[in-house]
Every structure is written in C-alpha cells, then in structure tokens.
Design a protein around this ligand. Structure first.
Ligand SMILES: C[S@@+](CC[C@H](N)C(=O)[O-])C[C@H]1O[C@@H](n2cnc3c(N)ncnc32)[C@H](O)[C@@H]1O
Ligand code: SF4
Length: 458
C-alpha cells in the first residue's frame, strides 16, 4: 500500500492519542468509599479472564521526547511506592468480585517497570500471585528500558514468572537516536533482546518510534530488519508526538534538531514500515501492533477484543472494572495517603452511561482493527451495529475507512492508517468535548499530573 495523495486524505490531521478506554474518566469521586460499589466489587462474578496493569512511574533517564507521568529514580521512593502498590492490591483482593475472577494477563508498565531490582520484582509478582488468582498460563509482561536490564535481571524476571518483555528501543540508528535523546545506542538494544531470549523469555516485543527528526523510510525499514534479525516477534509503531513542555519540543522550537517531518512524511513512513513488516511475514494485529504468526499479545486481546476488565493499579494507572472506568491519582504522596486509608486511589471515574456503551464497543474494538457482529450483538441485546450507527457506518464506508462484512466491521488499510481518528468517530459529542478540553489543559499547564496522560518529570 502507498499513502494516498494529500488531496484524498480523509483527515487533515492525525490523532496520535491511543484509544485506551471509553469513555475516559472525568468525574472526581464524591465519596471514595462508594467507588467499590460502583465497580461492583461486592458480588462475585467469575467469567472470562481479566487483565491487570501495574504502573511503575520511575525512570532512570528521562528521555527528552517522552511526555508520560514519571519520576526520576530514587530507591527510597521506589520502596515506599512498592509497599503502597501491595497495599492497593490487598485492598482490592479482599473484595468478593476480585477474589472470584481469574486474571489472564499482568502487564508491568511505566515509566520503567524494569527499574525494579530482581528482588523487588520477585516480591511484587509474588504478592500479586498470592493476592489474586492467575490462569496457569497467564501472560506476564515486563516493560523494559534497555538501559535498566542485564542478563541476571532478565533471568530473575523469567524465574519470577515474566513470559513477555517489551523493550522501548525507539530506533537502532545511533544518529537518529542521539538527535531525539533516546537513552541507549542500537548495539545495547540488540544486546538486551538477545539477553532476554537467552534468559528463556521467548516473547520479545519492541517499541519503535517513526518520524523522528531526520528519519528516512530506509532508516526505519532497516530498524525493522535489525529487530527481526535478533528474533523480535512483535513490533509496536508509534508516530512521534512532539508534546508541549518536553525537551524535544524546546529543541525543535530553538532549531537545535532538524524539523520533524510533516503529516505526509509521517504517513509515508508509517506505510513503508507497515508494508515492510507485512513483507517480512508479520500481520497487523491492532492499530499500532504487528506480530509474527503465532505470537499472541493476550493483554490487549482481553481488554480491547474481549471487552474484559482491566484492573489498573498504581499512581496514574487507568482501568475499567465492571462498568466503571477510572484513572488513579498520579501524585505519589496523594496515592500513598489514599491507599493507606484503604480506599481505591481513584482520581476520576464514572460508570459508563447506557447511551455510551455501544460507542465504547466500537471505539475499543476498532483499536484491534475490527468489531465482530457477534460481540456487538452479545453486548447490546442482539442489535446490529447498523441499528445504532447506520449513517456513521455508511459514511465511513463511503470514505473508504471501514469495510462492512458479514462477520464484522473492520478498518481498511486507509482506515488503519487513521485508526484512532476512525475509532473516535464513535465518541459522543460530550466525550469529544471533554477530550478537547483535557488536551487544551495539557498544552497550557506545566504540571498537570492527575489526568492519567499528564506531563510530569522531576
Ligand atoms: C511509556 S513508554 C514506556 C517504555 C519504557 N519506559 C522505555 O522507554 O523503554 C512506552 C512507549 O511510548 C513511546 N513514546 C514515548 N514518548 C513518545 C512520543 N513523544 N511520541 C511517540 N511515542 C512515544 C515509546 O516508544 C515508549 O517506548
Ligand atoms: S520513554 Fe520510557 S524510559 Fe524514557 S522517559 Fe518515557 S517512560 Fe521513561
């Protein structure tokens, strides 16, 4: 596939903000003790496996391009935070609902989850296992920054139950990496992938960023070849976002780094990378992910394709439990106070209003490229997507963004290129407006931390 000419592009900008949950949390809890009942935690409800996300908001090196909530590493703070996390786990695990369900995946993300020492990781995973019930073949992912691992830590992670690692490689190209302030060089990235495999962690995934300053399609496809040559099974492609208040944004503004490629260049790079990955035998499995045959990413499947709970734990973590979607407080002191009180450390959340539910099914499902008619009918009293979204579906089909088949509603190649834009077409006007207001707040303030997407570095 080649990128369509600019005159035929369906949108004049491209939404880079992934669909994480719908509707996004907005309501501050009036009474935190009521959150458990809003989540439906009082009643046991075993069913399909659920997913768990644990956020580790510390980094060894604060990369100049990265806007995520994170704090620089300090051993005392990490120890306190881990004690708080375990307390949060214990509080939830005591509830009839969360003690009755089985988890099919646990994702330790960040920040940098691999900043934990081998002993801390073992202790945290041990606590999670004793508090909750995990499927015998549960997927346990450790998100790693290459500069924080060595062979011994990766062996210890495997022994502690880690089955999958995801490395934030960004690029293997040293010139491009230095200009963008990537912490490690390409040789280190290759080395850690080999260490992970030698440690017995078979499933290795990497993040690559495209449209980095000065990056060409050749450099990007070479990055892909390098990844595949060392046995990576899944590649996640992120278009660079130059977020306000990052070092990268300042460097671009002052002219210190080459200009970032425009939308057309970004789309060309995305298309070149996607085509190359497909030629090399990978399949696109979600808007950003490509996988070799047989490589599963259960965590995403459980939450986005099977529409099962994501129990988000830790400062700034996002989750959906029952019909309640929430984001935790991101500020460590406040997080500590709340978990010490034994209440859910939720900063904002709400039960999904009835009229938003079919919108949620479409927006979440399209992140995984398609929504099955069967899943839609199961979730909405036998309805067909056309019954609820007739004119919108017809218009998206006409614009070449989706295909309506007997089995599902699926993104076309063009639709997948604008995957989050298409998914967000199903957002209600109220939720769009809230999203817009949040983006404006983020752009204005240096220190917005409690929105789950905040900018914060210390
Ligand atoms: C929250 S980070 C955690 C990964 C891990 N800390 C690491 O860097 O190795 C997840 C991924 O987001 C992506 N990311 C961070 N900042 C970005 C930006 N400004 N634009 C595009 N992608 C970005 C990177 O690919 C990064 O690996
Ligand atoms: S990219 Fe990863 S390691 Fe770098 S600052 Fe962001 S979260 Fe931390």
């Amino acid at each position: 596939m080649t990128a369509p000419t600019i005159s035929t592009l369906p949108y004049d900008r491209r939404d880079r903000q992934p669909v994480m949950c719908y509707p996004m949390p907005w309501a501050p809890p009036q009474d935190r003790t009521a959150v458990a009942s809003l989540m439906g935690l009082g009643v046991p409800a075993p069913g399909q496996p659920k997913a768990m996300y644990v956020h580790i908001p510390f980094c060894k090196y604060l990369c100049g391009f990265c806007p995520f909530v994170k704090y620089s590493h300090d051993e005392g703070r990490v120890e306190q935070y881990l004690a708080d996390l375990k307390r949060e786990m214990t509080t939830y695990a005591r509830t009839p609902y969360l003690s009755s369900v089985e988890f099919g995946s646990l994702y330790l993300g960040g920040g940098t989850a691999s900043i934990l020492t081998a002993a801390q990781l073992d202790d945290l995973l041990g606590h999670a296992r004793s508090a909750f019930r995990f499927a015998p073949d549960a997927e346990i992912t450790l998100e790693c920054s290459p500069i924080t691992v060595d062979p011994a830590k990766l062996r210890a992670a495997r022994a502690a139950g880690v089955t999958r690692v995801s490395f934030g490689v960004q690029t293997f190209d040293d010139g491009i990496g230095q200009a963008s302030d990537v912490a490690q060089d390409g040789a280190t990235s290759r080395q850690v992938i080999e260490w992970a495999q030698a440690a017995g962690i078979d499933s290795v995934s990497i993040d690559l960023i495209y449209n980095l300053p000065g990056q060409s399609a050749e450099q990007l496809t070479k990055d892909i070849d390098t990844a595949l040559s060392v046995g990576v099974g899944q590649v996640t492609l992120f278009p660079l976002s130059v977020m306000p208040h990052t070092k990268l944004a300042r460097d671009v503004e002052s002219g210190k780094v080459d200009a970032i490629g425009d939308l057309r260049h970004e789309l060309d790079l995305c298309t070149a990378a996607g085509d190359h990955l497909k030629q090399r035998g990978l399949t696109q499995t979600s808007v950003p992910d490509y996988s070799l045959p047989g490589v599963d990413y259960r965590h995403a499947r459980i939450h986005f394709a099977d529409y099962q709970d994501l129990l988000g734990l830790g400062a700034g973590a996002m989750g959906t439990v029952g019909e309640y979607t929430y984001v935790n407080v991101a500020e460590l002191k406040r997080y500590h106070e709340l978990v010490t009180e034994g209440v859910p450390p939720v900063n904002a959340g709400q039960k999904t209003p009835e009229h938003e539910k079919p919108r949620s099914t479409m927006a979440m499902g399209l992140r995984m490229l398609s929504v099955s008619r069967e899943a839609f009918a199961d979730r909405h009293d036998g309805a067909r997507p056309e019954d609820v979204f007739g004119p919108l579906l017809a218009s998206l089909e006409e614009r070449g963004l989706i295909e309506l088949t007997d089995e599902d509603i699926r993104l076309t190649d063009l639709g997948a290129l604008f995957g989050y834009d298409v998914a967000k077409e199903f957002y209600s006007p109220e939720i769009r407006e809230r999203g817009q207001r949040l983006a404006e707040r983020l752009a204005r303030k240096r220190d917005v931390v409690d929105v789950g997407l905040g900018h914060r570095s210390e």
